[in-house]
Design a protein around this ligand. Structure first.
Ligand code: SF4
Ligand code: SF4
Length: 215
């Protein structure tokens, strides 16, 4: 079984688990799982985002559909490029969740809403629009991912600056420096998805311990 197939199966297993949790009406269980993955992001990087997140899984499917249809997807709107927007969305989401429960005694299906939103948006925009500029869960993961002790990393000696990694990264985590022509990955933004590993022609990228100063 190839690495790619293994990754697809892991994502599908988590998606099925997510659907089962939602169907049972216990959304809080998934939120608890998510909370546990925040300290885990310090130890292992943002593995939740790359493998367990239902939004990422449906976005991978939407991205594949959009690429197949060959329609041109729109650029990220300039007004959306604000670092505070995901935090505002997080605050509103928490207020809606708690307010509706206390005042109206209803559970707002917040997670299914974000899953649907991420899928639809990715049909029309590149994945980074949701991952980087909208997702409130991603904002929390990014915060903890800043201190991640392990992440994907580029061996500068082996990098030829071809930018193939940049093109497949769903979260703007890797950039080829214009002067050095070497790729650099920011662990805080890296979803550990391995897209870049699969396309790098020189096998310059590996999951390893983060050296001091690489954050
Ligand atoms: S795909 Fe590999 S060789 Fe090309 S820029 Fe990225 S890390 Fe460097
Ligand atoms: S840098 Fe590589 S592993 Fe990290 S999110 Fe981008 S494509 Fe995925």
């Amino acid at each position: 079984m190839t690495r790619k197939t293994q990754i697809i199966l892991i994502r599908l297993a988590f998606l099925i688990l997510f659907l089962a949790v939602i169907a049972s009406g216990k959304m809080v269980l998934w939120l608890a799982l998510f909370a546990l993955t925040l300290p885990a992001a310090i130890l292992f990087g943002r593995l939740y985002c790359g493998y367990a997140c239902p939004m990422n899984t449906v976005m991978v499917a939407a991205d594949a559909l959009a690429r197949k249809s060959k329609g041109k997807r729109r650029e990220t709107p300039a007004w959306l490029k604000q670092s505070w927007i995901p935090w505002l969305i997080l605050a509103v989401s928490v207020a809606v969740l708690l307010g509706s429960k206390r005042l109206l005694r209803v559970n707002v299906p917040l997670l299914p809403f974000f899953v649907l939103l991420s899928f639809v948006l990715t049909l029309f925009f590149k994945p980074e629009v949701f991952h980087h500029f909208i997702c409130p869960f991603g904002a929390l993961q990014r915060l903890f991912g800043r201190w991640s002790m392990r992440s994907h990393h580029v061996q500068a000696d082996a990098c030829i600056g071809c930018k193939k990694c940049e093109k497949v990264c769903p979260n703007l985590a890797v950039r080829v420096d214009a002067q050095t022509r070497k790729a650099v990955i920011r662990p805080a933004d890296c979803l550990q998805c391995q897209n870049c590993v699969q396309v790098c022609p020189t096998k310059a990228i590996a999951y390893q311990r983060v050296e001091n100063g690489s954050h």
